[in-house]
Each structure stands twice: as C-alpha cells, then as structure tokens.
Design a protein around this ligand. Sequence first.
Ligand SMILES: [Zn+2]
Length: 214
Amino acid sequence: MNYSFRKKNKTVKYVVIHYTGMKSLNLAYKKLSDKKSNVSAHYLISTDGKIYNLLCLKFKAWHAGKSRWRNNININDYSLGIEIENKGHKHGYQDFTQKQYAALKKLVNFLKKSFNIYDKNIIYHSDISPNRKKDPGEKFILKNIGVKRFKNPKYTNMNLSLNNMLNLYGFHKYYINNHKKYCIMAVKRTLNYKKISSKISKNFLKNFYNLLFS
Ligand SMILES: [Zn+2]
C-alpha cells in the first residue's frame, strides 16, 4: 500500500471522486494495494455498494497525481480519495449503480462531518487534472449523493467571460492558460453531456452559467 505522511500545514479540505477504470473490482483492489503501482486511495466502492476502507485517513493516499485546484498544487496533500468501481472509458464505461450512489452518499456525509468539508470541495479527478483524467466522467450524477457543489451568489454582471467562469468553477490558472480545451471538456462531463468535445456553443455557455449560478 502506498502512502505518505501529511505535513502539519496541509490538512484535508477536499474529497476527490474517481472511477477505478479497471476491468474488475479484483484488479482494482490489487492495483490500489500494490506498492509497485504507485497509486492508492482511501476508499473503494464496489458496484454492489460495499465500501472498502483501504487506508487510514490520517495518511496521504496517492490518487490525484499531478493536480491543481483553485490555488493549490498537488491535491493529494489536501484530500481524501474515493475510487468507485467502473470499467471506465477504456474498458466500457458504465452507469454507476444506485447502490454505489447510496454508499457514496453515506460515506461523503461522514467525511464532510468528520473533516468539516464544504460541498464545494467535493471534486472530481477530471477537475484537478483536466489534461490527463476523465474520471468519474459524464455518467456520474452528483445530485444522487445530495451534494450541491455550486452555490455561487448570483452575479449581477451577466457578461462573464468564459475565462471568468472557468476560474469561478475552480480550475487553477495554469490549466485555464495552458489546457483550456480540456477544462471545457471537464465542465461538460460535470454537466453530464453525452458527447464530450471542446466546442464552445451558446448553449454550452448558458448551461455552464446555470451550473455556476442557479
Ligand atoms: Zn482518478
């Protein structure tokens, strides 16, 4: 099992949601517990809704990799990682099961209370590493776990630029400046679009605005 110690000035404020992207639960479990894999996570949730606690929460798991969010870099330092069983985009992306949503809802509520984590800080791997990661992906329905990530106060200024909105969403400025098309794709996944492209239509801008402000 891979882990490291948390530094005193870097405390948990985010929960990062992932999918396993492996062909089976068994393979995912093996990979997450194998020291040679260079990855790990605090929790794994199977399709039948079982929650496996893989690592003590006081330790840092290696789930995020190269990542940035808001003004933070290396999100492993500030987060807990939850892997949800799903074959992923490479091996046959599936709908998440109702049992998974029920289990995740319970788990996230427990973590929110234990670590004083805000709804806005329940985030996706695709948000913090948009140029590398797609998980949990466009089939993940956030409202099924009762989290309201976006509750920005209504802006009176209706003419926000796309960059303003990407910034309000939470992307680190490095990604907005260098990987904007991947940021757009990440937002489309959050919006549960069926087709994910970096195309910017009027409709997309409207949906993005509504995501942030309604
Ligand atoms: Zn991931």
